[in-house]
Design a protein around this ligand. Structure first.
Ligand SMILES: [Fe+2]
Ligand SMILES: [Fe+2]
Length: 143
């Protein structure tokens, strides 16, 4: 809704499972790096960040989707298709970045692509995982 100029993932988007929160923060900091380069530089820096974002996104969605299946989450199909939609949008956004300045659309992209998804969809998922006994504080050590 509002125009964000976030320097950290807002605390309300720490939704309660440490490893998932860490992955969201990683995605968010990549988007923030993108925001910091787009108006000044083009080409290499933007492409490098988008490539990293693509990789981290694949990893993150795979983790969520795997947990959904393993724990028989009833909304798995809907959540997976939302991920596919976000992946398509990232692809379109990356293509636009090849020959246009993307700084204008970046805030909206971050809002829609990451923040709204976390707030509306991942929050449900996390509540379900917690109800199934997933450890909320287990996290990789090398972060
Ligand atoms: Fe997520
Ligand atoms: Fe998700």
């Amino acid at each position: 809704m509002t125009s964000h100029h976030p320097s950290l993932l807002p605390i309300e988007f720490e939704i309660g499972i440490a490893e998932i929160d860490l992955q969201h923060k990683r995605l968010y900091s990549l988007l923030e790096r993108l925001r910091n380069v787009t108006d000044k530089h083009f080409g290499y820096a933007v492409n490098a960040i988008l490539a990293e974002l693509d990789l981290e996104t694949r990893i993150h969605f795979a983790v969520e989707e795997s947990l959904m299946r393993l724990l028989s989450f009833s909304e798995t199909d809907a959540h997976v298709s939302e991920h596919r939609h976000l992946t398509d949008q990232l692809k379109i956004f990356s293509q636009r970045a090849q020959d246009h300045d993307i700084s204008d659309g970046l805030s909206n992209f971050i809002q829609l692509w990451l923040i709204d998804h976390i707030d509306k969809h991942d929050r449900e998922l996390v509540a379900y995982f917690l109800s199934k006994g997933v450890d909320p504080v287990a996290a990789p050590k090398d972060n």
